[in-house]
Design a protein around this ligand. Structure first.
Ligand SMILES: *Cc1c(COP(=O)(O)O)cnc(C)c1O
Length: 491
Protein backbone atom coordinates (compact mmCIF):
# COMPACT_ATOMS: atom_id res chain seq x y z
CA UNK A 1 0.00 0.00 0.00
CA UNK A 2 1.26 3.47 -0.90
CA UNK A 3 2.01 5.84 1.94
CA UNK A 4 -0.66 8.49 2.20
CA UNK A 5 0.25 12.02 1.28
CA UNK A 6 0.49 14.46 4.18
CA UNK A 7 -2.17 16.64 2.60
CA UNK A 8 -4.76 13.90 3.11
CA UNK A 9 -4.34 14.06 6.84
CA UNK A 10 -5.73 17.55 6.96
CA UNK A 11 -9.33 16.42 6.24
CA UNK A 12 -11.98 17.42 6.93
CA UNK A 13 -10.79 21.01 6.49
CA UNK A 14 -12.24 24.02 8.23
CA UNK A 15 -15.18 25.34 6.28
CA UNK A 16 -14.16 28.02 3.82
CA UNK A 17 -10.43 28.00 4.52
CA UNK A 18 -9.43 26.25 1.26
CA UNK A 19 -10.88 24.20 -1.58
CA UNK A 20 -12.10 20.71 -0.65
CA UNK A 21 -9.92 17.84 -1.72
CA UNK A 22 -11.16 14.26 -1.62
CA UNK A 23 -8.89 11.74 0.08
CA UNK A 24 -6.72 9.49 -2.07
CA UNK A 25 -7.78 5.98 -2.99
CA UNK A 26 -4.89 4.56 -0.98
CA UNK A 27 -5.87 6.45 2.09
CA UNK A 28 -9.40 5.14 1.81
CA UNK A 29 -8.21 1.59 1.30
CA UNK A 30 -6.29 1.79 4.54
CA UNK A 31 -9.47 2.68 6.43
CA UNK A 32 -10.65 0.00 8.84
CA UNK A 33 -14.13 -0.18 7.24
CA UNK A 34 -12.63 -0.86 3.84
CA UNK A 35 -10.44 -3.62 5.17
CA UNK A 36 -13.60 -5.35 6.29
CA UNK A 37 -15.15 -4.79 2.87
CA UNK A 38 -12.07 -6.34 1.24
CA UNK A 39 -12.54 -9.47 3.37
CA UNK A 40 -16.15 -9.61 2.27
CA UNK A 41 -16.00 -8.71 -1.41
CA UNK A 42 -12.37 -9.24 -2.41
CA UNK A 43 -9.74 -6.61 -3.17
CA UNK A 44 -10.32 -6.08 -6.93
CA UNK A 45 -14.00 -5.14 -6.51
CA UNK A 46 -13.35 -2.88 -3.53
CA UNK A 47 -10.50 -1.16 -5.35
CA UNK A 48 -12.57 -0.55 -8.45
CA UNK A 49 -15.57 0.74 -6.49
CA UNK A 50 -13.33 2.99 -4.39
CA UNK A 51 -11.78 4.48 -7.53
CA UNK A 52 -15.22 5.23 -8.94
CA UNK A 53 -16.48 6.80 -5.72
CA UNK A 54 -13.37 8.99 -5.46
CA UNK A 55 -13.60 9.97 -9.15
CA UNK A 56 -17.27 10.94 -8.71
CA UNK A 57 -16.41 13.00 -5.66
CA UNK A 58 -13.51 14.75 -7.44
CA UNK A 59 -15.85 15.71 -10.25
CA UNK A 60 -18.31 17.17 -7.74
CA UNK A 61 -15.53 18.94 -5.85
CA UNK A 62 -14.28 20.50 -9.09
CA UNK A 63 -17.79 21.90 -9.61
CA UNK A 64 -17.76 23.22 -6.06
CA UNK A 65 -20.64 20.86 -5.24
CA UNK A 66 -18.88 18.78 -2.56
CA UNK A 67 -19.08 19.48 1.17
CA UNK A 68 -16.58 18.64 3.88
CA UNK A 69 -19.00 15.95 5.02
CA UNK A 70 -18.90 14.37 1.52
CA UNK A 71 -15.12 14.15 1.79
CA UNK A 72 -15.07 12.54 5.24
CA UNK A 73 -13.60 9.04 5.24
CA UNK A 74 -16.61 7.57 7.03
CA UNK A 75 -19.04 9.03 4.50
CA UNK A 76 -17.01 7.66 1.62
CA UNK A 77 -16.63 4.25 3.25
CA UNK A 78 -20.43 4.17 3.67
CA UNK A 79 -20.92 5.05 0.02
CA UNK A 80 -18.49 2.34 -1.08
CA UNK A 81 -20.22 -0.24 1.12
CA UNK A 82 -23.62 0.76 -0.29
CA UNK A 83 -22.43 0.45 -3.90
CA UNK A 84 -20.85 -2.94 -3.23
CA UNK A 85 -24.04 -4.18 -1.57
CA UNK A 86 -26.15 -2.95 -4.48
CA UNK A 87 -23.87 -4.82 -6.87
CA UNK A 88 -24.29 -7.97 -4.78
CA UNK A 89 -28.05 -8.02 -5.25
CA UNK A 90 -28.83 -11.21 -7.18
CA UNK A 91 -30.26 -10.69 -10.66
CA UNK A 92 -33.13 -13.10 -10.08
CA UNK A 93 -35.11 -11.87 -7.10
CA UNK A 94 -38.25 -12.78 -5.25
CA UNK A 95 -41.21 -10.46 -5.88
CA UNK A 96 -44.81 -10.26 -4.71
CA UNK A 97 -47.12 -10.98 -7.63
CA UNK A 98 -50.13 -8.80 -6.84
CA UNK A 99 -50.99 -8.26 -10.49
CA UNK A 100 -54.10 -10.42 -10.30
CA UNK A 101 -52.67 -12.70 -13.02
CA UNK A 102 -51.93 -15.96 -11.24
CA UNK A 103 -49.76 -17.56 -13.95
CA UNK A 104 -47.81 -14.46 -14.92
CA UNK A 105 -45.23 -15.31 -17.58
CA UNK A 106 -43.03 -12.30 -16.73
CA UNK A 107 -43.10 -13.21 -13.04
CA UNK A 108 -42.17 -16.86 -13.53
CA UNK A 109 -45.59 -18.54 -13.84
CA UNK A 110 -46.31 -21.40 -11.41
CA UNK A 111 -44.86 -21.43 -7.88
CA UNK A 112 -43.78 -24.98 -7.04
CA UNK A 113 -45.20 -27.24 -4.33
CA UNK A 114 -42.95 -28.34 -1.47
CA UNK A 115 -42.27 -31.88 -2.77
CA UNK A 116 -41.02 -30.37 -6.05
CA UNK A 117 -38.71 -28.03 -4.15
CA UNK A 118 -37.35 -31.01 -2.19
CA UNK A 119 -36.79 -32.88 -5.46
CA UNK A 120 -34.92 -29.89 -6.91
CA UNK A 121 -32.67 -29.79 -3.91
CA UNK A 122 -32.00 -33.49 -3.99
CA UNK A 123 -31.08 -33.45 -7.67
CA UNK A 124 -28.92 -30.38 -7.16
CA UNK A 125 -27.01 -31.82 -4.24
CA UNK A 126 -26.46 -35.48 -5.07
CA UNK A 127 -25.71 -37.81 -7.94
CA UNK A 128 -28.97 -39.39 -9.09
CA UNK A 129 -30.16 -42.27 -11.27
CA UNK A 130 -31.04 -39.73 -13.99
CA UNK A 131 -30.15 -42.08 -16.83
CA UNK A 132 -29.30 -45.19 -14.92
CA UNK A 133 -31.48 -48.26 -14.59
CA UNK A 134 -31.01 -49.30 -10.97
CA UNK A 135 -32.70 -52.68 -11.40
CA UNK A 136 -30.36 -53.84 -14.16
CA UNK A 137 -27.31 -51.69 -13.53
CA UNK A 138 -27.19 -50.24 -17.03
CA UNK A 139 -27.88 -47.06 -18.94
CA UNK A 140 -31.46 -45.84 -18.71
CA UNK A 141 -33.67 -43.18 -20.33
CA UNK A 142 -34.42 -40.06 -18.29
CA UNK A 143 -37.99 -39.97 -19.60
CA UNK A 144 -38.70 -43.31 -17.92
CA UNK A 145 -38.64 -41.60 -14.53
CA UNK A 146 -41.94 -39.80 -15.17
CA UNK A 147 -43.49 -41.48 -18.17
CA UNK A 148 -45.24 -44.18 -16.15
CA UNK A 149 -46.70 -41.64 -13.77
CA UNK A 150 -48.09 -39.50 -16.60
CA UNK A 151 -49.54 -42.55 -18.33
CA UNK A 152 -51.26 -43.47 -15.08
CA UNK A 153 -52.66 -39.97 -14.54
CA UNK A 154 -53.73 -39.24 -18.13
CA UNK A 155 -54.30 -42.64 -19.72
CA UNK A 156 -51.90 -41.75 -22.56
CA UNK A 157 -49.96 -44.62 -24.16
CA UNK A 158 -46.63 -42.80 -23.96
CA UNK A 159 -45.02 -39.48 -23.12
CA UNK A 160 -41.80 -37.55 -23.59
CA UNK A 161 -40.50 -34.33 -22.07
CA UNK A 162 -38.66 -31.26 -23.31
CA UNK A 163 -37.79 -27.75 -22.21
CA UNK A 164 -41.11 -26.03 -22.81
CA UNK A 165 -44.21 -26.39 -24.93
CA UNK A 166 -42.70 -24.35 -27.75
CA UNK A 167 -39.92 -26.96 -27.94
CA UNK A 168 -42.53 -29.74 -27.83
CA UNK A 169 -44.35 -28.32 -30.86
CA UNK A 170 -41.04 -27.78 -32.70
CA UNK A 171 -39.84 -31.32 -32.00
CA UNK A 172 -43.13 -32.97 -32.93
CA UNK A 173 -43.45 -31.10 -36.23
CA UNK A 174 -39.81 -31.63 -37.11
CA UNK A 175 -40.17 -35.36 -36.46
CA UNK A 176 -43.50 -35.99 -38.14
CA UNK A 177 -43.61 -33.51 -41.01
CA UNK A 178 -40.05 -32.54 -41.99
CA UNK A 179 -40.10 -31.15 -45.55
CA UNK A 180 -43.76 -32.10 -45.68
CA UNK A 181 -47.05 -30.41 -44.82
CA UNK A 182 -49.10 -29.89 -41.69
CA UNK A 183 -52.62 -28.52 -42.01
CA UNK A 184 -53.85 -25.88 -39.59
CA UNK A 185 -56.86 -23.56 -39.52
CA UNK A 186 -56.28 -19.84 -40.11
CA UNK A 187 -58.35 -19.28 -36.98
CA UNK A 188 -55.65 -20.99 -34.91
CA UNK A 189 -52.44 -19.29 -36.07
CA UNK A 190 -51.76 -17.99 -32.60
CA UNK A 191 -49.05 -15.81 -31.20
CA UNK A 192 -48.29 -16.42 -27.54
CA UNK A 193 -46.60 -13.66 -25.54
CA UNK A 194 -42.86 -13.45 -26.06
CA UNK A 195 -43.33 -13.87 -29.83
CA UNK A 196 -43.99 -17.60 -30.01
CA UNK A 197 -45.92 -17.79 -33.26
CA UNK A 198 -47.17 -21.10 -34.50
CA UNK A 199 -46.40 -20.29 -38.17
CA UNK A 200 -42.82 -19.25 -37.33
CA UNK A 201 -42.21 -22.34 -35.25
CA UNK A 202 -43.52 -24.54 -38.05
CA UNK A 203 -41.22 -22.88 -40.53
CA UNK A 204 -38.22 -23.46 -38.28
CA UNK A 205 -39.29 -27.04 -37.77
CA UNK A 206 -38.92 -27.49 -41.52
CA UNK A 207 -42.65 -28.09 -41.89
CA UNK A 208 -44.69 -26.46 -44.62
CA UNK A 209 -47.73 -24.82 -43.12
CA UNK A 210 -50.90 -25.45 -45.08
CA UNK A 211 -53.40 -22.86 -43.85
CA UNK A 212 -57.06 -23.57 -44.35
CA UNK A 213 -60.29 -21.61 -43.84
CA UNK A 214 -60.48 -17.98 -42.79
CA UNK A 215 -59.82 -16.18 -39.53
CA UNK A 216 -63.38 -16.58 -38.32
CA UNK A 217 -64.65 -19.66 -40.17
CA UNK A 218 -63.07 -22.99 -41.03
CA UNK A 219 -65.14 -25.98 -42.25
CA UNK A 220 -64.47 -29.69 -42.51
CA UNK A 221 -64.39 -29.39 -46.31
CA UNK A 222 -61.51 -26.89 -46.04
CA UNK A 223 -59.38 -29.50 -44.31
CA UNK A 224 -60.58 -32.25 -46.62
CA UNK A 225 -59.59 -30.36 -49.77
CA UNK A 226 -56.17 -29.50 -48.37
CA UNK A 227 -55.16 -33.09 -47.66
CA UNK A 228 -52.74 -34.29 -50.31
CA UNK A 229 -49.78 -36.63 -50.85
CA UNK A 230 -47.45 -34.34 -48.88
CA UNK A 231 -49.71 -34.01 -45.83
CA UNK A 232 -48.22 -35.64 -42.73
CA UNK A 233 -50.48 -34.40 -39.97
CA UNK A 234 -53.40 -32.22 -38.97
CA UNK A 235 -52.71 -29.73 -36.20
CA UNK A 236 -55.26 -28.20 -33.88
CA UNK A 237 -54.03 -25.35 -31.70
CA UNK A 238 -55.98 -24.44 -28.59
CA UNK A 239 -56.61 -20.72 -29.08
CA UNK A 240 -55.73 -20.11 -25.50
CA UNK A 241 -55.16 -16.39 -25.39
CA UNK A 242 -57.96 -14.96 -27.54
CA UNK A 243 -61.49 -15.67 -28.68
CA UNK A 244 -63.09 -15.23 -32.07
CA UNK A 245 -66.69 -14.19 -31.58
CA UNK A 246 -69.66 -13.50 -33.80
CA UNK A 247 -69.98 -15.20 -37.19
CA UNK A 248 -67.67 -18.11 -36.51
CA UNK A 249 -67.25 -21.77 -37.34
CA UNK A 250 -64.59 -24.26 -36.45
CA UNK A 251 -64.31 -28.00 -36.73
CA UNK A 252 -64.65 -29.92 -33.48
CA UNK A 253 -61.72 -32.04 -32.44
CA UNK A 254 -63.61 -35.33 -32.70
CA UNK A 255 -64.67 -34.62 -36.29
CA UNK A 256 -61.17 -33.56 -37.19
CA UNK A 257 -59.79 -36.77 -35.66
CA UNK A 258 -62.18 -38.85 -37.78
CA UNK A 259 -61.04 -37.03 -40.92
CA UNK A 260 -57.35 -37.46 -40.02
CA UNK A 261 -57.73 -41.14 -39.30
CA UNK A 262 -59.74 -41.78 -42.47
CA UNK A 263 -56.66 -40.53 -44.34
CA UNK A 264 -54.21 -42.38 -42.15
CA UNK A 265 -52.85 -39.14 -40.68
CA UNK A 266 -52.22 -38.30 -37.02
CA UNK A 267 -54.01 -35.41 -35.33
CA UNK A 268 -51.83 -33.30 -33.07
CA UNK A 269 -53.42 -30.97 -30.53
CA UNK A 270 -51.35 -28.16 -29.00
CA UNK A 271 -53.35 -27.61 -25.82
CA UNK A 272 -51.10 -24.93 -24.34
CA UNK A 273 -52.17 -24.79 -20.72
CA UNK A 274 -53.66 -28.25 -20.63
CA UNK A 275 -55.25 -29.16 -17.33
CA UNK A 276 -54.86 -32.72 -16.04
CA UNK A 277 -58.07 -32.53 -13.97
CA UNK A 278 -61.42 -30.82 -14.63
CA UNK A 279 -61.18 -27.44 -12.90
CA UNK A 280 -64.94 -27.06 -12.41
CA UNK A 281 -64.77 -29.00 -9.19
CA UNK A 282 -63.02 -26.00 -7.63
CA UNK A 283 -65.52 -23.57 -9.11
CA UNK A 284 -63.14 -22.56 -11.89
CA UNK A 285 -64.00 -22.16 -15.57
CA UNK A 286 -63.59 -25.26 -17.72
CA UNK A 287 -60.22 -25.66 -19.41
CA UNK A 288 -59.79 -28.54 -21.87
CA UNK A 289 -57.98 -31.45 -20.23
CA UNK A 290 -55.38 -33.75 -21.72
CA UNK A 291 -57.72 -36.69 -21.08
CA UNK A 292 -60.53 -35.06 -23.09
CA UNK A 293 -58.18 -34.31 -25.98
CA UNK A 294 -57.03 -37.94 -26.03
CA UNK A 295 -60.58 -39.29 -25.75
CA UNK A 296 -61.64 -37.03 -28.60
CA UNK A 297 -59.15 -38.71 -30.87
CA UNK A 298 -55.90 -36.70 -30.56
CA UNK A 299 -52.91 -38.87 -31.40
CA UNK A 300 -50.48 -36.40 -29.89
CA UNK A 301 -51.09 -33.67 -27.30
CA UNK A 302 -48.63 -31.03 -26.16
CA UNK A 303 -48.83 -28.97 -22.95
CA UNK A 304 -46.69 -26.66 -20.81
CA UNK A 305 -45.36 -27.76 -17.43
CA UNK A 306 -45.65 -24.36 -15.78
CA UNK A 307 -49.14 -23.29 -16.76
CA UNK A 308 -52.20 -24.96 -15.22
CA UNK A 309 -50.22 -28.10 -14.47
CA UNK A 310 -48.52 -26.01 -11.78
CA UNK A 311 -45.00 -27.33 -12.25
CA UNK A 312 -41.62 -26.19 -13.57
CA UNK A 313 -41.05 -24.88 -17.09
CA UNK A 314 -41.32 -27.93 -19.34
CA UNK A 315 -43.03 -29.20 -22.45
CA UNK A 316 -44.87 -32.50 -22.33
CA UNK A 317 -45.82 -34.58 -25.37
CA UNK A 318 -48.35 -37.34 -24.76
CA UNK A 319 -50.04 -39.79 -27.08
CA UNK A 320 -49.54 -42.84 -29.26
CA UNK A 321 -46.52 -44.99 -28.52
CA UNK A 322 -45.44 -45.15 -32.17
CA UNK A 323 -45.40 -41.36 -32.54
CA UNK A 324 -43.65 -40.77 -29.21
CA UNK A 325 -41.00 -43.37 -30.13
CA UNK A 326 -40.30 -41.58 -33.41
CA UNK A 327 -40.06 -38.25 -31.56
CA UNK A 328 -37.64 -39.74 -29.05
CA UNK A 329 -35.34 -40.86 -31.86
CA UNK A 330 -35.09 -37.35 -33.33
CA UNK A 331 -31.52 -36.06 -32.71
CA UNK A 332 -33.00 -32.62 -31.92
CA UNK A 333 -34.46 -34.09 -28.75
CA UNK A 334 -30.98 -34.05 -27.27
CA UNK A 335 -30.87 -30.29 -27.70
CA UNK A 336 -34.29 -29.80 -26.16
CA UNK A 337 -34.26 -32.31 -23.33
CA UNK A 338 -35.11 -31.57 -19.71
CA UNK A 339 -32.36 -31.13 -17.14
CA UNK A 340 -32.27 -33.18 -13.96
CA UNK A 341 -33.55 -30.39 -11.71
CA UNK A 342 -36.66 -29.80 -13.79
CA UNK A 343 -37.21 -33.49 -14.26
CA UNK A 344 -37.19 -34.07 -10.51
CA UNK A 345 -39.56 -31.18 -9.87
CA UNK A 346 -41.92 -32.24 -12.65
CA UNK A 347 -42.10 -35.78 -11.34
CA UNK A 348 -43.01 -34.52 -7.86
CA UNK A 349 -45.75 -32.30 -9.29
CA UNK A 350 -47.30 -35.01 -11.47
CA UNK A 351 -47.28 -37.35 -8.47
CA UNK A 352 -49.65 -34.98 -6.65
CA UNK A 353 -52.25 -35.60 -9.37
CA UNK A 354 -52.67 -39.17 -8.13
CA UNK A 355 -54.76 -37.76 -5.31
CA UNK A 356 -57.03 -35.10 -6.85
CA UNK A 357 -58.96 -34.69 -3.58
CA UNK A 358 -55.96 -33.06 -1.95
CA UNK A 359 -54.60 -31.28 -4.99
CA UNK A 360 -55.97 -27.85 -4.09
CA UNK A 361 -54.19 -27.91 -0.72
CA UNK A 362 -50.91 -29.12 -2.12
CA UNK A 363 -50.48 -27.43 -5.49
CA UNK A 364 -49.92 -23.66 -5.08
CA UNK A 365 -51.26 -22.75 -8.53
CA UNK A 366 -54.56 -24.47 -7.85
CA UNK A 367 -54.66 -23.25 -4.26
CA UNK A 368 -54.37 -19.65 -5.47
CA UNK A 369 -56.85 -20.07 -8.30
CA UNK A 370 -59.38 -21.72 -6.00
CA UNK A 371 -58.85 -19.31 -3.10
CA UNK A 372 -62.21 -18.27 -1.66
CA UNK A 373 -63.36 -14.70 -2.13
CA UNK A 374 -64.21 -14.26 1.57
CA UNK A 375 -60.69 -15.34 2.53
CA UNK A 376 -59.14 -12.81 0.12
CA UNK A 377 -61.65 -10.19 1.32
CA UNK A 378 -60.66 -10.74 4.96
CA UNK A 379 -57.01 -10.40 4.00
CA UNK A 380 -57.75 -7.14 2.19
CA UNK A 381 -59.62 -5.82 5.24
CA UNK A 382 -56.54 -6.53 7.41
CA UNK A 383 -53.99 -5.18 4.93
CA UNK A 384 -55.63 -2.00 3.61
CA UNK A 385 -55.51 0.00 6.91
CA UNK A 386 -51.82 -0.91 7.28
CA UNK A 387 -51.05 0.29 3.77
CA UNK A 388 -53.05 3.46 4.46
CA UNK A 389 -50.90 3.97 7.58
CA UNK A 390 -47.70 3.88 5.53
CA UNK A 391 -48.48 5.79 2.35
CA UNK A 392 -47.19 9.37 2.51
CA UNK A 393 -49.54 12.37 2.49
CA UNK A 394 -51.08 12.80 -0.94
CA UNK A 395 -52.10 9.17 -1.27
CA UNK A 396 -54.95 7.09 0.08
CA UNK A 397 -55.38 3.32 0.29
CA UNK A 398 -58.58 1.34 0.74
CA UNK A 399 -60.12 -2.10 0.19
CA UNK A 400 -61.31 -2.73 -3.33
CA UNK A 401 -63.09 -5.47 -5.26
CA UNK A 402 -61.09 -6.62 -8.29
CA UNK A 403 -60.87 -9.41 -10.83
CA UNK A 404 -58.05 -11.90 -11.16
CA UNK A 405 -57.31 -13.99 -14.19
CA UNK A 406 -55.66 -17.37 -14.67
CA UNK A 407 -52.97 -16.04 -17.00
CA UNK A 408 -50.61 -17.66 -19.50
CA UNK A 409 -53.33 -17.56 -22.07
CA UNK A 410 -55.84 -19.72 -20.23
CA UNK A 411 -59.43 -18.43 -20.46
CA UNK A 412 -58.64 -14.76 -21.10
CA UNK A 413 -62.23 -13.64 -20.86
CA UNK A 414 -63.04 -15.48 -17.64
CA UNK A 415 -62.47 -13.46 -14.51
CA UNK A 416 -62.19 -14.62 -10.91
CA UNK A 417 -63.77 -12.35 -8.32
CA UNK A 418 -61.08 -11.12 -5.98
CA UNK A 419 -60.23 -8.40 -3.47
CA UNK A 420 -57.29 -6.12 -2.95
CA UNK A 421 -55.97 -2.76 -1.91
CA UNK A 422 -56.45 0.29 -4.13
CA UNK A 423 -53.89 3.07 -3.82
CA UNK A 424 -54.56 6.43 -5.48
CA UNK A 425 -53.33 10.01 -5.27
CA UNK A 426 -55.80 12.17 -3.31
CA UNK A 427 -55.43 15.11 -5.66
CA UNK A 428 -57.10 14.41 -8.97
CA UNK A 429 -56.03 15.93 -12.25
CA UNK A 430 -52.58 17.38 -12.98
CA UNK A 431 -49.69 15.24 -11.73
CA UNK A 432 -51.96 12.32 -10.89
CA UNK A 433 -50.47 9.96 -13.46
CA UNK A 434 -46.96 10.78 -12.36
CA UNK A 435 -47.86 10.32 -8.68
CA UNK A 436 -49.32 6.91 -9.52
CA UNK A 437 -46.22 5.88 -11.47
CA UNK A 438 -44.04 7.01 -8.54
CA UNK A 439 -46.05 4.89 -6.12
CA UNK A 440 -45.72 1.88 -8.43
CA UNK A 441 -41.94 2.50 -8.62
CA UNK A 442 -41.68 2.84 -4.81
CA UNK A 443 -43.44 -0.51 -4.37
CA UNK A 444 -41.03 -2.07 -6.84
CA UNK A 445 -38.09 -0.60 -4.89
CA UNK A 446 -39.00 -2.46 -1.66
CA UNK A 447 -36.66 -5.28 -0.53
CA UNK A 448 -39.19 -7.77 -1.92
CA UNK A 449 -40.57 -5.75 -4.84
CA UNK A 450 -44.36 -5.52 -4.95
CA UNK A 451 -45.85 -5.68 -8.44
CA UNK A 452 -49.42 -4.45 -8.79
CA UNK A 453 -51.27 -3.15 -11.80
CA UNK A 454 -52.79 0.17 -12.73
CA UNK A 455 -56.46 0.28 -13.74
CA UNK A 456 -58.35 3.49 -14.39
CA UNK A 457 -56.09 5.83 -12.41
CA UNK A 458 -55.73 3.42 -9.48
CA UNK A 459 -52.89 1.17 -8.45
CA UNK A 460 -54.53 -2.13 -7.53
CA UNK A 461 -52.78 -4.76 -5.42
CA UNK A 462 -54.82 -7.93 -5.98
CA UNK A 463 -54.30 -10.03 -2.86
CA UNK A 464 -55.27 -13.42 -4.35
CA UNK A 465 -51.59 -14.40 -4.57
CA UNK A 466 -50.46 -12.89 -1.26
CA UNK A 467 -49.74 -15.72 1.15
CA UNK A 468 -46.76 -14.30 3.05
CA UNK A 469 -48.62 -11.51 4.82
CA UNK A 470 -45.88 -10.98 7.44
CA UNK A 471 -43.10 -10.15 4.96
CA UNK A 472 -45.42 -7.86 3.03
CA UNK A 473 -46.38 -5.90 6.17
CA UNK A 474 -42.86 -5.84 7.56
CA UNK A 475 -41.45 -3.85 4.65
CA UNK A 476 -44.29 -1.28 4.43
CA UNK A 477 -42.50 1.27 6.66
CA UNK A 478 -39.81 1.54 3.96
CA UNK A 479 -42.31 2.74 1.40
CA UNK A 480 -41.91 6.40 2.41
CA UNK A 481 -38.13 6.25 1.90
CA UNK A 482 -38.66 5.60 -1.77
CA UNK A 483 -41.21 8.39 -2.11
CA UNK A 484 -39.23 10.92 -0.10
CA UNK A 485 -38.32 13.03 -3.11
CA UNK A 486 -41.86 13.15 -4.43
CA UNK A 487 -44.65 15.33 -3.20
CA UNK A 488 -47.58 13.75 -4.97
CA UNK A 489 -49.91 16.00 -6.87
CA UNK A 490 -47.28 18.73 -7.33
CA UNK A 491 -46.28 19.59 -10.87
C1 LIG B 1 -48.29 -21.20 -23.89
C2 LIG B 1 -48.51 -21.91 -25.17
C3 LIG B 1 -47.40 -22.38 -25.91
C4 LIG B 1 -45.99 -22.14 -25.47
O1 LIG B 1 -45.72 -22.86 -24.31
P1 LIG B 1 -44.36 -22.58 -23.47
O2 LIG B 1 -44.34 -23.67 -22.46
O3 LIG B 1 -44.50 -21.22 -22.91
O4 LIG B 1 -43.23 -22.69 -24.44
C5 LIG B 1 -47.66 -23.03 -27.09
N1 LIG B 1 -48.92 -23.23 -27.53
C6 LIG B 1 -50.00 -22.78 -26.83
C7 LIG B 1 -51.37 -23.02 -27.38
C8 LIG B 1 -49.83 -22.11 -25.63
O5 LIG B 1 -50.88 -21.67 -24.94
Amino acid sequence: MQPTSPADDAYPPEAGDRPLRPPSVDRLLAHEALRLLIDQHGRPRVLETTRKVVADLRARAADGAATARDCALDTLAGEIAARLAAGDQPGLRRVFNLTGTVLHTNLGRAPLPEPAIAALELAARHPTNLEFDLAHGRRGDRDDLIEGLLREVTGAEAATFVNNNAAAVLLALNTLALSKEAIVSRGELVEIGGSFRIPDVMARAGTRLREVGTTNRTHLADYEQAIGPRTRLLLKVHTSNYEVRGFTASVGQRTLAELSHAHGLPLMVDLGSGALVPLERWGLPHEPTVQEALQDGADLVSISGDKLLGGPQAGILLGRRGLIDRIKRNPLRRALRLDKLTLGALEAVVRLYRDPDRLAERLPTLRLLARKLDEIGALAARIAPQVQGHVPPGYEACVTACESQVGSGARPSDRLQSAGVAIRPTARGRGEGRALAEMAAALRALPVPVIGHIVAGTLVLDLRCLEDEATFLQQLPQLRLHLASAEPGQP
